[in-house]
Every structure is written in structure tokens, then in C-alpha cells.
Design a protein. Structure first.
Length: 110
């Protein structure tokens, strides 16, 4: 993770690498490297925070999914951070996100 942090900080100095870092995060997530993927999603999202891109929304959605755990209070905070990005997702991810949010809220109300 230390090496990843050094490389990411250098690459994010040039916005041209944002897409490559996003694609790497997607690949790492598929391979099961959740912590490394989350770190990349956080940095890509931070670099795109002033833009209203779909990539920013996807980063936030992936982070939402990665951060859900057993702590209901933390889950509600995670959901609140993610909600403003739902409308920016494509239809398939948007429906999945809404289903996940509904399940999270239903579980927390029980």
C-alpha cells in the first residue's frame, strides 16, 4: 500500500492519469484487492470532485459498496455520502444502487 500511495500521489499531479487509475481500481476490485481499489477510488473521486462526471459517481458507488459493514451507524453515514451521486450513474448501476440503499435503510430500521 505504501508503494501504491507514492505512485498515486505522483500520478494525480497530472489529470491525464485519472482514467488509468480508475481502470486500475476496477481491475483491482475484480481481483479482490478491496483496500487498494478503495484507495484508488477515493483518490480518483477527490481529483474529480469539482466535475459532475459519471466516473465520479461510479467511484462513489464503489466506495459505498466497499464500506458497507456490520455497523449500522457507519452504514447510514456511508449511504448519506453516496446518495447525491445516484442520479449520475447509468441506469443499470442506478437501479442496483437504489436497491442497495433500500436494503440498507430497511435493515437499519429493524
Amino acid at each position: 500500500m505504501d508503494c501504491l500511495q507514492c505512485v498515486v500521489s505522483m500520478l494525480l499531479d497530472n489529470p491525464i492519469y485519472t482514467l488509468s487509475l480508475f481502470e486500475l481500481a476496477e481491475e483491482l476490485l475484480q481481483k479482490g484487492y478491496r483496500d487498494a481499489a478503495a484507495y484508488l477510488y477515493e483518490n480518483v473521486a477527490e481529483s474529480e470532485r469539482k466535475q459532475h462526471s459519471e466516473r465520479l459517481a461510479v467511484c462513489q458507488y464503489r466506495l459505498f459498496r466497499l464500506r458497507i459493514g456490520k455497523d449500522q451507524v457507519q452504514n447510514l453515514q456511508t449511504a448519506a455520502r453516496f446518495e447525491p451521486f445516484v442520479d449520475r450513474l447509468d441506469e443499470v448501476d442506478q437501479l442496483d444502487a437504489l436497491k442497495n440503499l433500500a436494503n440498507l435503510y430497511r435493515a437499519s430500521s429493524q
